[in-house]
Write a protein that binds this ligand. Structure first.
Ligand SMILES: [Zn+2]
Ligand SMILES: [Zn+2]
Length: 327
């Protein structure tokens, strides 16, 4: 089968013929139908995340159909459609796993980072970490839900019952969460790069009641802000935009350094927190919610062999919404 492969020291992915091993115990083999391109993939290829297992097939927003069941797989059948997320495996017995915080597992496996992912025609996944997906939906539309939606949702959950929500960076994750927030009668305030009117228009179209540059402010204070952009300078900006007791949630896996700011801006019990990975419970809550809220993702399709172009388009901010690869 064909895959896009990251090699040590290479600046780009290579289109190659790859043979996957047979399924091991508890594993399933999927024919990939679509795989989303996530900003984390860029951080891996650009070596900002430093521990990939190379050579590597990236991709952790995988929609596929089961074509083979390994030994000891229960509850799945050949032909079913499933989604494979970033969390590919956990140890099951560390302090975090036992406390229901498997997103922080001490010995995890991450799809498309330490385990081969979905920039390919086929992939192998642990059957215990995949999610059942609707057979009727368009696989391209589903792909961005697997990370932008799912880890975005974990960030969104950290905002508790915030009514006025700020999103900094309006791309794949924010456009999904804005639809859920609007469906839940919350107000979304979208902050984009200054002057990015296309992103601001996109934000309004997906439910934001206010959209402007990150150098602007709406005339209300926010209950919570989620930072999707990998830009540390947005943290002090967001902390000034939230009310007393408000929260700033950093949703990304990587961010540039956060500049210093006066303690007075944090005081009054404002909080800054980060979100890491996902739990399977997040998925069990998120996928039915996305269906109820009738989330529609905006996607741009690329052929698998054009993955480097898709990554460049994401890097340069030319995309509104999400890039999805078709095998
Ligand atoms: Zn663990
Ligand atoms: Zn991701």
């Amino acid at each position: 089968m064909h895959a896009m492969v990251l090699h040590k020291g290479a600046p780009e992915l290579r289109h190659e013929e790859v043979t996957l091993p047979p399924c091991g115990p508890h594993q399933i083999r999927l024919a990939v139908e679509a795989c989303g391109v996530c900003r984390t993939d860029l951080h891996i290829i650009d070596a900002e995340l430093t521990e990939p297992v190379l050579p590597l097939i990236p991709g952790h927003e995988i929609v596929g159909r089961i074509v083979e069941l390994g030994p000891d797989v229960d509850g799945w059948a050949v032909g079913q459609r499933v989604g494979v997320p970033w969390l590919g495996r956990t140890c099951g017995h560390c302090t975090y796993c036992r406390a229901g915080r498997e997103n922080l597992c001490d010995a995890p496996g991450f799809t498309g980072y330490t385990l081969n992912g979905g920039y390919a025609q086929e992939c192998i996944a642990d059957a215990s970490y995949v999610f059942a997906l609707s057979r009727d939906a368009d696989p391209v539309a589903l792909a961005p839900l697997l990370c932008a939606g799912l880890i975005g949702y974990r960030s969104y959950s950290m905002a508790d019952d915030a009514l006025r929500l700020g999103f900094y960076g309006f791309g794949a994750a924010a456009h999904i969460l804005a639809q859920i927030a609007t469906w839940q009668d919350r107000e979304v305030y979208a902050f984009t790069q200054p002057g990015d009117h296309a992103a601001q228009r996109f934000a309004r179209e997906t439910g934001a009641i206010w959209a402007g540059g990150s150098d602007q402010s709406p005339d209300v204070l926010l209950d919570a802000a989620i930072i999707f952009a990998p830009v540390g300078a947005l943290v002090p900006a967001a902390i000034q935009a939230v009310r007393k007791g408000g929260r700033v949630i950093c949703a990304g896996i990587h961010m540039s350094d956060i500049p210093t700011f006066p303690y007075a801006d944090l005081w009054q019990e404002r909080q800054i927190m980060s979100v890491a990975n996902l739990t399977r419970q997040d998925g069990e809550a998120f996928f039915p919610l996305a269906e109820k809220a009738a989330v529609k993702t905006r996607t741009t399709r690329y052929a698998l062999k054009d993955a480097n172009t898709a990554l460049d388009d994401l890097r340069s901010g030319r995309l509104n919404g999400a890039a999805v690869l078709l095998p």
